[in-house]
Design a protein around this ligand. Sequence first.
Ligand code: ATP
Length: 238
Amino acid sequence: MAATLQISDLVAGYGAGAVLHDLSMTFEESCATALLGANGAGKTTLLRAISGLIPRRGQLLLHGEQISSLPAEKIAARGVAHAPQGRGTFAHQTVEDNLRIGAYLRRDKAGVEEDIQRWYQQFPILSNRRRQKAGNLSGGEQQMLALARAMMSRPSLLLLDEPSLGLAPKIVDEIFEVLGEILRTTKTTVLLVEQNADRALKLADYVYVLEVGSITTEGSPDLVMDSEKLRAAYLGAQ
Ligand code: ATP
């Protein structure tokens, strides 16, 4: 199996102190990887380091090519889409404009129009609200838009930062169903940061646990399910 992204000895942070210490991780093509960790462990920082939003050093090989010194827009152009925590849609733009912005690097106009229709089919509520400003959508609708917008670039690597945060269970079901479909029907590699560990582990092929900036556990999701300590930490007492 080919790796979409291979990370070695990654160090990253904000200014003086490093938040991430010598991380090594592999993200296999077409697989979903869940990243678990307590608040402040560095999960968001890792997504920012991958997508070029903060300074970092070490190796970040995207399809075998070093991207650790590239700026965010070049990394996006190489197929990385980042749906940040808090959704990051453009509040003053319409739903449809947000989808087009997601595709701004694409030159295949017909393909872009097709994809917009595809996402309207996937999330009919977005189609109903296509002329509304994104800022007027509900939290669930904004999350759907954030996911659809990220997918409009046809990414090879999709970074999702807590897509279920603050959403009703029914909406979370819908988001996770769509993620499952993305994994089944496209070659997208997914890196998912989730507080909702239970759902993330059901979707994921592989899991990393990050504690204070270092990976302490990695393996199949069963590894977390079968460990009393990890279940207590990340799945609640069940
Ligand atoms: P959460 O689940 O709370 O989002 P996280 O695992 O995503 O947690 P990060 O947001 O990556 O954690 O934060 C890791 C560390 O980096 C924390 O100690 C945090 O205070 C610090 N940090 C985050 N953002 C910044 C910033 N912009 N400037 C300085 N320090 C930051």
